[in-house]
Design a protein around this ligand. Sequence first.
Ligand code: ZN
Length: 458
Amino acid sequence: MAERQTMVKEQKPTEEEKRPKEDKLTKEQREAARALIEQIDQSTSPFQTVEYAKKELEKAGFAALSLQEKWEIRPGGRYYVPAYDRTLLAFTVGERRAVRHGIRMAMAHTDSPCFKVKPSPEMTTHGCRKLNVEPYGGMIRNTWMDRPLSLAGKVALRGETPFEPRTVLVDFRRPVLIIPNLAIHMNRKVNEGVSLDPQKDMLPLADLAGEEVEEEFFLRMLAAEAGCEAEDILDYEMFLYPCEKGAFVGFEETMVSCPRLDNITSVRACVQGLVKARRDEGLNVIALFDNEEVGSESKQGAASMLLPFLLERVYAALGGSRTELLSDLFDGFFLSLDVAHAVHPNAPEKADPINHPVMGGGVTIKSSASQSYAGDCETVAIVEELCRRASVPFQRFVNHSSQRGGGTQASVASAALPMRTMDVGIAILAMHSARELMGAADQLAMEKLVEQLFAQKD
Ligand SMILES: [Zn+2]
């Protein structure tokens, strides 16, 4: 064997030489990933996620419709419909004809696992102010330790009448909380795995208490941020979020490490696909639902009647009958977007021996015999063909047969709206960690698939 020679470069590399060569990602792929990081930085709770999506749609000429009012819908029109500030529906109407010419839909969820502040949350003990919080969804708990955390959500204020409380969206946008680990010296077995009790071990610290004990420090801070008086706050839904921004990772920046990839990757793909696609007939619809991480069974979740109601109202406004709508459903196609599991290079045995997607491999098509993912052979065929036409790579995911795996809102939604539905997503690592990991190229692939779905002629 030849002896290996170590070459020592005499001069230090210039900044230009150090910068990663962009050949691993195209300019367009890099730009899509960069825009995703920006969107996630603003999409801090379902309320802020919907706000951001609304702004993107408005920029693209979409007009707001209210669920409480009568709708005037014209051919070629573009509309969005917010529901309870945390769920968003949007649609475009074919210029030439809409009814009887194809319903195409895409769906994603606006929520991510996190902690939610409880009522009267203030606790002062051992020189510190703490907040009483409860887990929302199933997160990898230890990833929330020792991270700067912020708070975002919605506050309900006293209004003119009991039925019309005023509401304000609030996002602190700075580190205000932290959950410190116990030192290794007090927990010698920490590296053998540690169980964290959310009621005891995971209450975030909010400040040093100083001398005086102030009972309502949280309400005071919340009022200051919301621009109101503390006594006007009747209730709130405030969620903790990790506030460090996402970043490209890798010597050649081929990965993105970021909070809430589950599921803002999909939210962004739905919005971008709808905004960019043009189809002069039929109806293109996106639905961004809250509460997937807690089972979707709520008035703003995918199990609600919101989407069937929307379709009924759109058809009524366009002069289509209910019978026509019910017929069109069976010609339509519904794409459900949610992240998938990439094979973990340190634990490949957890994945299916054959169908294990990799990060950066394009769109992942998810199937399960148990129907925990929606789809059948026909819907797989449709997605594969759409991917080919959009020049988007795709890969398949099925669970390792001895792992239970997860489910998505697609099964719930497609039971209520019996359309041909397919579960797809971007394959990531560390799903439900405070910071997840994806291939940077995959965002563009996902966006292109949704665009193809909405642009493809029958
Ligand atoms: Zn998800």
